[in-house]
Design a binder for this molecule. Structure first.
Ligand code: HEM
Ligand code: HEM
Length: 134
């Protein structure tokens, strides 16, 4: 398994752990639902679910197609971008609720970065499945 694919699977498991702890936290202290609900949801969907799909997808999909991953460099870049922006987005969303201002702007920037990381995956997977002309 490529290093970045394994890194995605490991990160995914870490977000599953953090996300579930936050879910239980919200059951115990319902007051934090307003600030933590969105972070819980996105750590689990963008963190656990999506990163598990990225990791397993990078490993399995090109093999099913009998071709290598189009770009390992893009795969490596995506691991960093996806993780840094998800953590940044989560922290910004929590602080935006109490401090607003700069944190709202940071949430937008990290959200855009997360979007870019998603498009890196779409592009890399698409190219991996398209027959090369040579
Ligand atoms: C022990 C496991 C879990 C507990 C105790 C839990 C608990 C909660 C609670 C208390 C809320 C807030 C509901 C509200 O505001 O009315 C919530 C929202 C949510 N949960 Fe979980 N959850 C768990 C696991 C998961 C998992 C595994 C996923 C996804 C893979 C997930 C996805 C979501 C989503 C998408 C929301 C809505 C977030 C939003 O308001 O934007 N949860 N959960
Ligand atoms: C760049 C990535 C993303 C950004 C910046 C983003 C942002 C947001 C925002 C701002 C909200 C509204 C939150 C609120 O009203 O409190 C939201 C809601 C939600 N998002 Fe995302 N999202 C992203 C990706 C995703 C993905 C990939 C999924 C699913 C796999 C997802 C699932 C949800 C769900 C389930 C809700 C709650 C909907 C509801 O309560 O009506 N998001 N998201």
């Amino acid at each position: 398994m490529d290093k970045y694919a394994k890194a995605f699977v490991k990160a995914s498991l870490v977000y599953l752990g953090i996300g579930v702890v936050m879910g239980i936290e919200m059951l115990i202290w319902p007051d934090v639902r307003y600030t933590h609900g969105r972070v819980h949801g996105h750590l689990l969907l963008l963190g656990f679910m999506a990163m598990m799909v990225y990791g397993v997808g990078y490993h399995i999909l090109p093999r099913f197609m009998g071709r290598p991953v189009y770009s390992h460099r893009l795969g490596n870049a995506q691991v960093w971008l996806a993780n840094i922006t998800l953590i940044g987005l989560s922290v910004s969303w929590i602080l935006e609720a109490s401090r607003g201002g700069m944190w709202h702007l940071l949430a937008i920037l990290f959200g855009l970065g997360q979007g870019v990381s998603i498009f890196l995956f779409i592009f890399n997977m698409w190219k991996s499945m398209t027959p090369q002309k040579n």
